[in-house]
Design a protein. Structure first.
Length: 299
């Protein structure tokens, strides 16, 4: 009997910095969403697509759910919660080596409104012992009727294939929504901007990265087949601008070097990055600025 093709949409939710983007990148086997050890790295809802001969699973990588302090934070929470509507399954990710907090309880409360099966994914088993894993399973299983509880290490890939196997069992028969070679719905300009933002996170230690937006002003191929990309890094204060640039331009130069190689791998051609830094005061609380920088929630 011929096996029916399955497809569906799976929301990935959790508190900031529990490893949602790392898990998605591991599943897709390519880097699709940016990863940082700083919380609230992901700002938009991003579709990441896994395709094989038997199924197509569209993962919705969402911003970490947190108590918003500004309009950008409100946007991020709305993007995460809206992802739990009209989906086929939810992966609720928790960090196994951290104590359960109010944020986890808040998400569990929100999950009570979804009719889709919810998988609890206990991440970071590579830094846990068996007893700790069993304790986490016991602790969370009493809080919600999870369809599955799967301990994994998103960083090493341990047990990640189990998530795919279990999802295939519960997903409905359906069409192939996207071409097989498509791994994300994000346009190249946004991917380029996100790569640069990730490198800024990596190169700066202060709290400033959360006040940073990156916008691609121009992206075109020149006669020598090199892609010229002019982009602007927006910060909220003049003092932040100096830190982003660095003494004698050292920080911005390092960001450019790190980003260029990754962007060239994505575009498949040499790249010239032209990065500028500008001040746009309090942009995280301006609806017009949020819209301009691409933070638009779908209703």
């Amino acid at each position: 009997m011929e096996q029916k093709f399955k497809s569906g949409f799976v929301a990935v939710v959790g508190r900031p910095n529990v490893g949602k983007s790392t898990l998605i990148n591991t599943i897709i086997k390519q880097k699709v969403t940016i990863v940082s050890d700083k919380a609230q790295t992901t700002r938009n809802r991003i579709l990441c697509i896994h395709s094989d001969d038997a199924c197509q699973i569209i993962f919705l990588d969402t911003p970490g759910i947190h108590k918003p302090k500004h309009k950008l934070g409100q946007f991020m929470d709305e993007a995460a919660f809206s992802s739990m509507k009209d989906i086929d399954a939810v992966l609720f990710l928790v960090s196994g080596n951290e104590k359960k907090g109010p944020g986890d309880q808040f998400i569990i409360h929100k999950l009570e409104n979804t009719k889709a099966p919810v998988f609890l994914i206990i991440n970071k088993t590579d830094v846990m012992n068996r007893g700790d894993v069993l304790q986490k399973i016991t602790e969370y299983s009493s809080l919600y009727p999870f369809s599955q509880i799967i301990p994994v290490s998103a960083r090493t890939g341990e047990n990640v294939e189990v998530i795919l196997e279990e999802l295939k069992k519960i997903l409905p028969e359906g069409p192939k929504y996207f071409p097989e070679d498509m791994i994300t719905d994000q346009p190249e300009r946004l991917l380029v901007a996100e790569i640069v933002r990730e490198k800024l996170f990596r190169c700066m230690q202060e709290e400033i990265p959360h006040a940073i937006a990156v916008y691609v002003d121009e992206m075109k191929t020149r006669g020598n087949a090199k892609v010229y990309i002019r982009m602007t890094v927006y910060v909220e204060r003049e003092s932040q601008k100096h830190i982003v640039i660095g003494k004698n331009g050292t920080v911005l130069k390092k960001v450019g070097q790190l980003a260029r190689q990754e962007i060239e791998n994505i575009l498949g051609s040499p790249v010239f990055l032209d990065i500028w830094v500008k001040v746009k005061r309090d942009w995280r609380n301006q609806a017009s600025a949020l819209s301009e920088f691409g933070y638009k929630n779908e209703r």
